[in-house]
Design a protein around this ligand. Structure first.
Ligand code: FES
Length: 183
């Protein structure tokens, strides 16, 4: 049973060609772990234990190394996720600016907890470490893509309404504080 599951994840000839091209960019094979995990996630939608095993055997590196990299970053999905993954930052600045209030609001709204996926497969919620937008706290990221900054309940309502219709939130241009006019 386990073997069948592992066999369901394979790289074809074209994948192996692409992976060889990735490997050629790095001085050691281990250095290619992150981009090859990204490649695998693009193909399979996640990098669960079976995909991590496939990456390790393809690169001929220890599975423990691949597992260590995959589990360090929330950006690598360790299981099947919803179509839209809401990574809500609850670290440092976001936490003091209401990150947990925003997280709990989303949980209540979608009827799931962080780490879960809605039954229709549309949304997953994750609690994320700092996403590097501390100046725009509290914030979240949608499926490793667009950031939604300065979160409010109203902003979350409109974001979720949009995503239900497969409309991604627009990128927000926010000037750094030194460029904002004080007039
Ligand atoms: S603390 Fe949330 S982006 Fe840095």
């Amino acid at each position: 049973m386990q073997i069948n599951k592992i066999m369901s994840y394979t790289f074809d000839k074209e994948d192996l060609k692409q992976i060889d091209a990735i490997k050629a960019k790095y001085p050691t094979v281990q250095s290619a772990t992150m981009p090859v995990l990204w490649y695998a996630q693009d193909k399979f939608g996640h990098v669960n234990a079976e995909v991590q095993h496939l990456v390790a055997t393809t690169l001929d590196i220890p599975e423990s190394h691949v597992h260590g990299v995959a589990t360090f970053y929330t950006q690598y999905y360790k299981k099947e996720m919803g179509k839209y993954v809401l990574d809500v930052c609850t670290c440092f600045s976001c936490q003091v600016c209401g990150g947990y209030d925003m997280l709990h609001y989303i949980e209540d709204k979608l009827g799931i907890k962080a780490g879960e996926t809605t039954p229709d497969g549309k949304f997953s919620i994750q609690e994320a470490e700092c996403l590097g937008a501390c100046g725009y706290a509290p914030m979240l990221q949608v499926t490793n893509d667009v950031y939604v900054n300065h979160l409010t309940k109203e902003k979350i309502d409109s974001m979720i309404d949009g995503l239900k219709e497969d409309k991604l939130p627009e990128y927000e241009e926010i000037l750094p504080p030194q460029l904002i006019s004080k007039d």
